[in-house]
Design a protein around this ligand. Sequence first.
Ligand SMILES: [Zn+2]
Length: 211
Amino acid sequence: MTDPLLDRHPVLRLLPDALREVVRREGRSYGCNSADSLTAESPVVGFVISGALATFDPCGLACVSLLGPGATFGWETAFAPAAGGRRLALLDSTWIETPVSGLRGAMGSGWLEHIFAHHALDRIQRLQADSACHAVHPVTRRTANLIRRLAQAGGSDLRTTQSAIAEAMGVQRTSVNAAVKALEKEGALCLRRGRIQITCADRLAQAACGC
Ligand SMILES: [Zn+2]
């Protein structure tokens, strides 16, 4: 793992030298295509460089977070075995993974607990916001919002699928199809084969619930 690659992630860039050394030695970079499904099996901490990965609960029922560039995942594997939660790529994505054992060896469990607690608080707040959104906002506004968030991660020409979006939102694909068609009619976006192109970011933002 090279320094320029580590410097592409805001957390890796700021890690103490001892930890950077661990990631440089033990880290591996990964990439996957939009709509690929991945299962977390070994205890690793991940650093998302590009794209967007939706993570699901261990039963695979609900999306628990959307990881864009700069996000991290897997800190909980320092304290509990990897739960086998699934990740689904909503865009072509790249990330770096490093075994949690190396991080613990370099910094000790106390440091990891601190990072985990910080990360867990963020996640709880995000989950609360997401469940409120799910309860009160219609699918069209939620779809617009998710596409808006994907555009923040991947730009205005998104290689993604409506079924991956539906899965991440926990709704039927037909509902997302209808929502996307409505957004196309409003001139917010344009559907291409396997792609969604944002044609008017303002209209998309107006249609989105903004959660
Ligand atoms: Zn919402």
